[in-house]
Design a protein around this ligand. Structure first.
Ligand code: SF4
Length: 302
């Protein structure tokens, strides 16, 4: 299959992430494709040459990956606006993948520029540069792999499914269900602290939950970060850093490492939890929290 990967407004973080992939490695996975162009891994052929061949229908485009957002005043390709070329490429592709939160939702580059957008979304609004109704040649909307960056295994999963000819099941935001049906919270080893409402005292420690003070978005963020671990060993919350919700449309937020409170409880509650239920459970949990969870696991003197 022919694969084309180009950069929009991007820090290349998703390329960096993908190149760190394991089982399979980026090299192993890409070797199963004919990579027409990627700004970091192909040596022959310029981006313009490859784009021209695709737009002239001389080369079939099986998989088109965009990393980064699309906006005005970007580089021109073949004398055309970048956004126009992206639309023409997407129309010819069997599968279109938006890789990373900027390509999916616009996000950081879109924060101060209203004309910057993702492929099929601009923040929560469906549309983007390709429009609400866009589907690729195989009948799918844009396959959105949100995240800042997306986990390398998430892209590996999608590319493998495409290679195998299996139909991807997507959620309402175009994200593969196998990867985004879960919350970051599910699989986090701090869940016992969460249940008993025991807060972390500082970042980077093993004890406590980061939801109550440090703004952890794990209970409202769709990702498999605590099920498919980073580098096979860890995740933000495992390392003592709150989930900052980087797979959702509203990333990045202000004051990301601080929980906002209203009337003494977190202003945003875990998905599906009512304020009444939360207050009832919080009172009971705090009263009966086990003493062992209130101590340091290691280095009691610290
Ligand atoms: S640290 Fe975050 S993800 Fe982990 S249990 Fe607490 S709220 Fe959930």
């Amino acid at each position: 299959m022919n694969l084309l990967w180009i950069h929009g407004l991007s820090c290349s973080g998703n390329t960096q992430s993908f190149l760190c992939g394991e089982n399979p490695s980026a090299g192993q996975l890409l070797s199963k494709f004919n990579v027409l162009y990627h700004p970091a891994v192909t040596w022959e052929g310029s981006e313009e040459e490859v784009v021209r061949l695709v737009l002239e229908d001389k080369v079939h485009l099986d998989v088109f990956i965009l990393e980064g957002a699309v906006g005005p005043r970007m580089r021109k390709l073949l004398g055309k606006d970048f956004g126009t070329v992206v639309k023409e490429l997407a129309r010819r592709a069997d599968y279109v993948i938006a890789l990373g939160n900027c390509a999916v939702f616009g996000n950081i580059p879109a924060k101060r520029e209203p004309r910057v957008t993702g492929l099929q979304y601009r923040f929560q609004d469906r549309g983007g540069i390709l429009g609400k109704a866009f589907t690729s040649r195989k009948g799918l909307p844009v396959i959105n792999l949100s995240g800042c960056p997306a986990h390398p295994s998430w892209l590996s999963f999608v590319l493998s499914e495409i290679l195998e000819g299996r139909r991807l099941r997507l959620d309402e935001k175009g994200r593969p269900l196998e990867l985004y049906a879960y919350l970051t919270h599910q699989g986090c080893p701090r869940n016992e602290y969460f249940e008993w409402k025991i807060e972390s005292e500082e970042l980077g420690t093993k004890e406590g939950c980061l939801f109550y003070n440090f703004g952890c978005r794990g209970p409202m963020t769709h990702s498999s970060c605590n099920r498919i671990l980073w580098n096979g060993v860890s995740s933000k919350t495992r390392a003592g850093m709150p989930c900052v919700g980087c797979t959702e449309f509203d990333f990045p937020r202000e004051n990301m490492l601080k929980t906002q409170h209203a009337m003494g409880i977190p202003a945003e509650l875990p998905l599906g939890v009512s304020k009444r239920g939360y207050i009832l459970l919080a009172g009971v949990a705090k009263t009966f929290a086990p003493e062992r969870l209130k101590k340091r696991l290691l280095n009691e003197d610290k």
